[in-house]
Design a protein around this ligand. Structure first.
Ligand SMILES: Nc1ncnc2c1ncn2[C@@H]1O[C@H](COP(=O)(O)OP(=O)(O)OP(=O)(O)O)[C@@H](O)[C@H]1O
Length: 238
């Protein structure tokens, strides 16, 4: 569904991404890992068409992504960095505005709010939401227009353990029952380990390893955290 080919992204004269290649298969969950500042959010913004690569190309569903083209935006549900809302409006009103922008009917609002556990927030303005509630609303907004691809940068930030578990089940269900493909980053490696089909590790601006989770388990029975630490410390065998 997503093919990133030889992408270079430069900020202030510094190559943040250098010859980045990655591919995300349709109907799977891809976990993108990397240390702070490795370039995960930048990669997600490029794939979402929010940023333009300096060189290289990104294909989505066989077509080259054009930056800020609403045709691509409609196909993607995006949660990158800190989500921003109309704070004086309710969850429902925020989703109405989002769906109007996307050119979709508001019929999916109840289901989206239900899926993230915000069905009972009524007229409460977002300014009175907790951090975790805002994160849930951001997930509801990302899925509300039934995108093909969900791009989720640290989506469980601020969620309590129950919330993390609920969102984990939700992401798995979105792939299984709603035909979505998920691209996700998280520093909580146990979460990625639980849901991802494939992981990519971003080091020095490119993907150092891209492997199925089954291979990670074979190479590193201790789990994804050990696999990740091994790569970060220059390990070659794992
Ligand atoms: N708009 C920008 N202008 C200049 N530098 C930027 C910009 N956006 C990101 N960077 C730089 O690019 C690098 C990668 O940032 P990015 O946010 O993609 O990393 P990340 O892997 O998502 O980090 P984290 O895990 O801390 O969220 C960092 O050095 C950051 O300072």
């Amino acid at each position: 569904m997503v093919q990133v080919r030889e992408v270079v992204k430069v900020f202030d004269g510094k190559e943040v991404l250098r010859h980045l290649n990655m591919s995300v298969e349709r109907g799977t969950i891809y976990g993108l890992l990397g240390a702070n500042g490795a370039g995960k959010s930048t990669t997600f913004k490029l794939i979402s068409g929010l940023l333009q690569p300096n060189t290289g190309a990104i294909q989505f569903d066989g077509e080259e992504i054009q930056v800020q083209d609403r045709k691509f935006l409609k196909e993607m549900g995006i949660l990158i960095e800190t989500p921003v809302f109309y704070e004086h409006l309710s969850a429902r009103e925020n989703l109405e505005i989002h769906l109007a922008y996307m050119g979709c009917k508001s019929t999916a609002i109840d289901n989206s709010l239900q899926m993230v556990g915000l069905a009972d927030t009524g007229k409460k303005p977002v300014s009175k939401f907790s951090l975790g509630m805002k994160q849930r609303l951001a997930i509801a907004r990302a899925i509300s227009h039934s995108p093909k691809l969900l791009v989720l940068d640290e989506p469980v930030n601020g969620l309590d353990p129950m919330g993390i578990r609920q969102m984990r089940e939700l992401f798995l269900a979105l792939v299984k029952d709603y035909d979505m493909t998920v691209l996700i980053s998280s520093h909580i490696l146990s979460e990625i380990e639980y849901i991802a089909d494939r992981v990519g590790v971003l080091v020095n601006g490119s993907i150092a390893r891209e492997v199925p989770m089954s291979e990670v388990r074979e190479i590193c029975p201790e789990g994804l955290e050990d696999y990740f630490v091994n790569i970060m410390s220059g390990g070659t065998e794992k």
